[in-house]
Write a protein that binds this ligand. Structure first.
Ligand code: SAM
Length: 272
């Protein structure tokens, strides 16, 4: 008679260096929980600040499209733009699965071109900080301003460095779906204060079909403190900062942009 081994076989771990964004399904699983509240907040902003009904919206650096899908599902005419083809393909596939459509475009957010203006645009969770230089950041803001209707808004969310804040630290979280479970870890690996660049080490431990895959990537993000952010915004004549929020995404709870600010959501409006 065959003996039955009741202990669970240990999962084998394969380690590889990857680009996080080339695995859109695993990447976005870590951020799906926040998506409905972010989308609801965007709608609150549109109602509160935009003097006309918002229909056409643009997401810069849409990645796997968690917000593109959510906004399309809510009835907006959405355009998503990103440079990563696997992410755009995943976005297209998942839009079809939920019976929604959006325009997806492979373009650089520092220099993009669309024929029709947008009523609103957004750039979520530090995507903006991928732009490593002042020139790139300014080009993005100016390009967004050029593509907005007067009175339209740009919602920009990013982490900034508080004056007494720690640059070093690790954030860990995990998710489970019927197909896989993932443990994420995000830590600051290197800080170049002169160049205002931090390098983040991002690790995903994915348990799928009894196998564990460990995927590691290193991302470079531009650092901002509150003065640096204000100084940058002052150079963009077409956009005016009308309100600031934090990552609670609560329209009834705006906050001041100050030395203590850590996560900020800026509502910038195209001047009429
Ligand atoms: C942090 S992910 C965010 C994805 C999505 N916005 C979200 O909230 O889930 C950043 C995305 O920005 C894209 N990206 C980085 N630099 C870009 C650029 N210059 N132009 C367009 N997309 C860019 C990356 O490919 C990646 O998909």
């Amino acid at each position: 008679m065959k003996s039955i081994n009741s202990t669970k076989p240990a999962a084998k771990t394969n380690s590889e260096s990857i680009h996080w964004y080339d695995h859109p399904e695993w990447y976005e699983a870590g951020f799906l929980k926040e998506t409905p509240s972010e989308a609801r907040f965007l709608e609150d902003v549109f109602r509160k600040f935009v003097p006309f009904p918002v229909e056409r919206v643009l997401e810069a650096g849409c990645g796997s499209g968690r917000l593109v899908r959510e906004m399309a599902r809510r009835g907006y005419a959405v355009t998503g733009m990103d440079l990563n083809q696997p992410a755009l393909d995943f976005c297209e596939k998942t839009l079809k699965q939920i019976g929604c459509r959006a325009v997806l475009s492979k373009q650089d957010m520092t220099d993009f071109q669309f024929d029709q203006p947008f009523d609103a645009a957004f750039n979520a969770i530090n995507t903006f900080r991928h732009l490593e230089t002042e020139t790139a950041a300014l080009s993005h803001l100016k390009c967004v301003a050029k593509h907005l209707r007067p009175g339209g808004v740009f919602v920009l969310s990013l982490h900034i460095v508080p004056h007494d804040g720690e640059l070093w630290g690790t954030e860990r979280w995990s998710v489970k779906t019927p197909e896989f479970s993932i443990r994420y870890a995000l830590s600051v690996e290197q800080v170049d204060e002169a160049k205002r660049i931090e390098t983040l080490k991002m690790t995903m431990k994915v348990l799928i079909d009894g196998q564990e895959k460990k995927l590691t990537d290193h991302l470079r993000l531009r650092l901002y403190d509150v003065e640096q952010l204000k100084a940058l915004l002052a150079k963009v004549k077409g956009l005016e900062l009308v309100r600031t929020y934090d990552f609670w995404f609560d329209i009834n709870d705006p906050c001041r942009l100050s030395k203590k600010s850590c996560d900020v959501v800026l509502v910038l409006q195209k001047k009429a």
